[in-house]
Design a protein around this ligand. Structure first.
Ligand code: NI
Length: 181
C-alpha cells in the first residue's frame, strides 16, 4: 500500500468530470490496489472522505466515513429526499487549510457498487449526507468552495482562533470541523 499524493486547487484533474468504472473492472488488481491506497491515504490525513480525482484518477470512486464506518462507493447516484438543507463548515484535502459554510440537502438516497461490486442502497442524513454530497461532487468536478457562502471562507488557523464567521451558525450536531474530505 502507499500514501498517495493529493491534487490541490488549480490542478485540472479536479475540474474534469470523472469516468464511470466498468463493473467488471472492480475486482481487478488496478481498482483493488487504488482502493487500498486511498484508504491508507484518507486515514493518514485523518480525512472523512476521499474521491479518486483527488489522487489523480479521474474515475467515479470515493471512499468515505458513514457513522464511523468506512465505505467504498463506485459509480454512486445521489437522489435528494427532502427540500431541507443543513449548514456546516466544510474542509477539503484539495483546498488545504480552509473552511467555509456550505448548505447541503439534509437527506439523500445513495445507490452505488461497493469494492466487491455488490449493490449498495441506503439513506444518508445530516453529517453522513454532507460527506456523501461533498465526495460525489468531486466526481462531477465541483468543489465545496463553488457552493459555499463565500463570506464565511476562512483560513483554518483563523477559523480555530475566531470561530465560524456566521452569526446564525449553530453547532447542534457533530458536523463542525468534522474533518477534511
Ligand atoms: Ni473534498
Amino acid at each position: 500500500m502507499a500514501i498517495l499524493k493529493i491534487a490541490t486547487l488549480g490542478n485540472p484533474i479536479l475540474r474534469r468530470v470523472a469516468d464511470p468504472i466498468p463493473p467488471g473492472d472492480i475486482l481487478g488488481d488496478d481498482i483493488q490496489k487504488l482502493i487500498a491506497d486511498m484508504r491508507e491515504t484518507m486515514e493518514d490525513y485523518d480525512g472523512v472522505g476521499l474521491a479518486a480525482p483527488q489522487v489523480h484518477r479521474s474515475i467515479r470512486l470515493v471512499i468515505l466515513v458513514q457513522s464511523k464506518k468506512e465505505l467504498v462507493l463506485i459509480n454512486p447516484v445521489i437522489t435528494p429526499l427532502t427540500d431541507r438543507v443543513v449548514r456546516s463548515f466544510e474542509g477539503c484535502l484539495s483546498v488545504p487549510e480552509m473552511r467555509a459554510a456550505v448548505d447541503r440537502v439534509q437527506k439523500v438516497r445513495v445507490q452505488a457498487l461497493n469494492e466487491r461490486a455488490e449493490p449498495l442502497d441506503f439513506i444518508a442524513e445530516n453529517f453522513n449526507a454532507i460527506v456523501v454530497q461533498h465526495e460525489c461532487d468531486h466526481l462531477d468536478a465541483t468543489l465545496y468552495i463553488d457552493r459555499c457562502d463565500t463570506k464565511t471562507l476562512a483560513f483554518l488557523n483563523n477559523y480555530r482562533k475566531f470561530g465560524p464567521l456566521d452569526p446564525d451558525f449553530r453547532d447542534d450536531d457533530d458536523s463542525e470541523d468534522g474533518g477534511e474530505e
